[in-house]
Write a protein that binds this ligand. Structure first.
Ligand SMILES: [Zn+2]
Length: 416
């Protein structure tokens, strides 16, 4: 969500340095320049503003609704936040920034915040349904926010610019602000460590600078990394007294012995870990680390895991992974709507959305269980999203009865 059209030319801000952005925008201050956000098909108008020594793009009055759900220029209405499982106190939008509250402290020595649940009514096509929302976001929810802001939940076979994923995530962390943290100049990206990768030669130096900065200001760090099945086995192996993420992040993010977060990680993500160990899928980890008083060390204090396909599409079950791989194999253009902090069967969005059957989108549902309560929740979900969009088609796979996807496709092909 960093693609802008400025005076007829497309610019991707995720690959520009702050100085390059300033040079691009400064001549356009107070000009009636043609600038639009390309986060959605609606080309929402923007203008150039100036604050704290830097030039920024800001939305014009009345245009917030034209942006994508998690575009920083958009409007995270209470209904949009609720569809992701959040009360407005967990996720909101202010002054062309997205503001979030995590369910754990990001300041060293901070108290664990209290987490409050409340109920929200969603209007379906036939009636209203109750969904529970939370006043705080989990780490996994934050990873989903980053993934969607980076548009990594979309597969577009026609997009020949197969950009590396890590610079996109770095851009996604920009202007994503932990609530109340006005000390962070560029929001979350000030304390956000990314994996070493060939596209940013100086990532190790960046990570070291962030570790040092967080240590000096009493802040915790956030990191994202990709774990192979062997990396996960190493992390969980407590007979190894010291574990370090040096090879993944270039700095000494460590755990000693049987650190408390490990028990929680192994139980909360047991299915994901087992599947990765059995089938070799990579896991994307997001974690919090506390800088040591001694450089260059920090210790992991919590972590969450997200399974992805080889094309980095997240999935919630083996059936969903089969379907995502099949859609990629068939060169289909699709979205994987993320769950954020809604429970799997309480989501209000489809499991996938096909985008290449114009003029309508096709909602795709995968039925992995056939218990009455599960099927009732799925029916509610369809009722809710068909009420929200009058222009949507529908296809499903009853995987609990017909677990072989190819056999199912032979009798019920995907819409073309
Ligand atoms: Zn936008």
């Amino acid at each position: 969500m960093t693609i802008y059209k400025i005076q007829g030319n497309i610019h991707d801000f995720s690959v520009l340095k702050p100085l390059e952005i300033n040079n691009l925008l400064s001549p356009l201050l107070q000009q009636a320049a043609q600038i639009s956000c390309e986060c959605s098909s609606k080309s929402a108008p923007l203008f150039v503003t100036h604050r704290a020594g830097n030039y920024h793009l800001a939305k014009t009055a009345g245009s917030a609704g034209l942006h994508a759900q998690l575009c920083k220029h958009g409007a995270l209405t209470a209904v949009r936040a609720a569809s992701m499982g959040y009360a407005s106190s967990a996720l909101s939008n202010l002054n062309d920034e997205i503001v979030f509250s995590l369910d754990r402290p990001l300041k060293i020595g901070g108290e664990n915040p209290s987490v409050v649940s409340s109920n929200v009514n969603f209007q379906g096509a036939s009636k209203a349904y109750v969904r529970t929302v939370s006043s705080r976001m989990t780490l996994l929810g934050l990873l989903h926010v980053l993934w969607e802001r980076a548009r990594l939940h979309e597969h577009n076979p026609n997009n020949l610019l197969q950009q590396p994923i890590w610079p996109k995530l770095r851009a996604a962390a920009h202007d994503l602000r932990p609530k109340g943290r006005t000390d962070l100049a560029f929001g979350l990206s000030d304390i956000f460590l990314l994996p070493l990768h060939s596209q940013t030669a100086n990532q190790q130096a960046r990570n070291f600078a962030k570790l040092n900065g967080a240590r000096n200001t009493g802040s915790m760090l956030l990191f994202v990394a990709q774990f192979s099945p062997k990396d996960i086995a190493d992390l969980l192996n407590t007979s190894q007294n010291k574990y370090s993420m040096k090879s993944l992040l270039g700095v000494e993010i460590t755990r000693y012995g049987n650190a408390p977060f490990l028990t929680n990680l192994a139980s909360s993500f047991q299915n994901e870990i087992n599947r990765s160990q059995n089938f070799g899928d990579p896991l994307i980890a997001i974690g919090i680390a506390k800088p040591d008083s001694k450089l260059p060390y920090a210790q992991i204090s919590s972590m969450a895991l997200m399974p992805v396909t080889g094309h980095h599409i997240p999935f919630d079950s083996s059936f969903e992974k089969d379907l995502a791989d099949e859609l990629i194999n068939q060169k289909r253009h699709f979205l994987k709507p993320l769950r954020f902090d809604t429970k799997q069967d309480l989501q209000v969005h489809p499991d996938f959305i096909l985008l290449d059957v114009p003029p309508i989108d096709i909602a795709i549902e995968v039925y992995g269980m056939n218990t009455p309560s599960y099927l009732a929740r799925k029916a509610e979900k369809i009722d809710i999203y068909t009420a929200a969009s009058t222009n949507i088609g529908y296809w499903d796979w009853n995987a609990s009865q017909s677990p072989n996807l190819h056999a199912w496709l032979a009798s019920k092909p995907l819409p073309r």
